[in-house]
Design a binder for this molecule. Structure first.
Ligand SMILES: *Cc1c(COP(=O)(O)O)cnc(C)c1O
Length: 439
């Protein structure tokens, strides 16, 4: 693998590779600006040199006979690399040291469906707590890691609301990178321990996520951050592509059929926008039959800038100061907010929020009905789904997929107080009888 020299481009604040990349990005044909459409060569850049808009990976689609492509995917590994033909990675990516996330369960949630008024057989939970570091972030990090490898970065970094830090630490450990990640100082213990245990550097920043993110942007433009791949900043175009695999998996697991309705959590909004991108690609490739689908975004009331803008009919997202137990979603100034609004409106979906008590109730509802223990972000999506069904915005007769993006073991505090032993007794039948718990 060719290691390239990197230099700072004053125009974009980005670190740009010099020379022609001797790297293989599979089917990706370049980067394109989401605002003005200007095309760039694949490189460690993230902002358009013309208009400063965000860049995304572009492909030359379609890729040939859909039936052959479907077969090739189906015979691939049981992880995200089965979709390597649709991702900016070399064909032999599965042979490289990587955590190989993905291919998580799509659970038919009939019990939950009955409780919230959806037709049994129509409600599914895509449970991404089954990833290597127990959140959806392993998908995006796996992509960014391959880009970091290709560009010759030696340190992997990120600004994180918690889960990303753990995913970066683990992926770096596996792939032999140094890692140094940044989080708000006051995260849940489960997130802090997960981020530190893999042996990389973990830095708590005195401030909220938006302060952490601003700090990282400064670090990228400084010699201190030279040679660093920030997965969600200068590698963001590649990072984002990892979220497309959620769209691919959901459709393949439904039998190569598009769901009618999806409920997706919003932090920066990247995941939601890339799931939409993934669904559109499947249609363009002929891998699924084209039909309308609705995308619903979910936020916690204590950090609901996108939901507030949606409800006010605005195109701009006014930043908020987060105050919610759903810390993994606590981004007050979401980079992809305007794109989320556009997708929700264009597909006939919506953006809704629930308060912290509803988050807790929804975590326990999902646990009690389906045996899935979600982190607070999963409480947000399940709570919002319930609210949207009640409001008549989600059609109970159509297929709905709700995302659970993280594991409840990382946010124990949310439910610890109300999830305790039913009784504490002496080890005797007498005592058990007295406790009145015999079925
Ligand atoms: C990061 C994260 C998300 C979504 O993040 P985006 O920035 O919107 O892509 C959702 N759920 C969990 C648990 C997360 O950690």
């Amino acid at each position: 693998m060719a290691v390239q020299t990197v230099e700072t481009s004053p125009a974009t604040g980005a670190t740009a590779a010099t020379g022609t990349p001797a790297v293989d990005f599979g089917p990706a044909s370049g980067l394109s600006c989401r605002e003005c459409g200007t095309r760039f060569e694949l490189g460690p850049i993230f902002a358009c040199a013309e208009c400063f808009g965000p860049l995304e990976v572009a492909y030359d689609l379609p890729l040939g006979d859909p039936e052959a492509l479907r077969k090739k995917i189906e015979s691939g590994p049981a992880n995200i690399w089965r979709y390597a033909p649709l991702l900016p990675v070399p064909a032999d990516v599965a042979d490289k040291p990587n955590l190989n996330p993905g291919w998580t369960k799509l659970v038919k949630a009939d019990n939950l469906a009955r409780e919230i008024g959806v037709e049994p057989g129509k409600l599914f939970v895509k449970d991404d707590s089954g990833n290597p570091t127990h959140s959806f972030k392993d998908r995006v990090v796996a992509q960014a890691l391959e880009a970091a490898r290709a560009f010759g970065f030696t340190t992997l970094s990120c600004s994180s609301t918690g889960n990303l830090a753990g995913a970066v630490g683990a992926a770096a450990a596996r792939a032999g990178f140094r890692s140094c990640v940044f989080i708000p100082h006051d995260l849940e213990q489960g997130k802090v321990v997960m981020a530190a245990v893999y042996g990389g550097e973990l830095v708590g920043i005195e401030g909220n996520y938006d302060d952490v993110n601003r700090f990282c942007s400064e670090l990228i433009g400084d010699p201190l951050g030279e040679g660093w791949g920030f997965v969600n900043v200068n590698l963001r175009p590649y990072y984002g592509e990892g979220s497309k695999t959620l769209a691919y998996e959901i459709c393949e697991q439904l039998g190569w059929v598009l769901p009618d309705q999806l409920v997706i959590p919003i932090a920066s909004g990247s995941q939601l926008t890339k799931i939409d991108k993934g669904l559109k690609e499947l249609i363009a490739l002929g891998l699924v039959e084209d039909k309308p689908y609705k995308i619903f975004g979910a936020q916690a009331e204590g950090c609901s800038p996108v939901s507030a803008a949606f409800k006010a009919g605005q195109d701009v997202v006014r930043p908020q100061k987060p105050n919610t137990i759903a810390k993994s979603l606590a981004i007050g100034n979401p980079a992809d907010g305007p794109y989320v609004l556009d997708i929700a409106r264009r597909t006939g979906g919506a953006v809704e929020d629930v308060d912290d008590q509803q988050v807790v109730d929804a975590i326990k509802l999902l646990a009690r009905t389906e045996g899935i223990f979600a982190e607070t972000a999963g409480g947000v999506t399940v709570g919002v789904t319930r609210k949207l069904v009640e409001a008549g915005l989600i059609d109970p007769a159509l297929t709905t997929v709700v995302l659970n993006t993280g594991d409840g073991l990382k946010t124990l505090d949310a439910v610890a107080e109300t999830s305790q032993a039913s009784a504490t007794i002496k080890p005797s039948l007498e005592a058990f009888r007295s406790a009145g718990l015999a079925g």
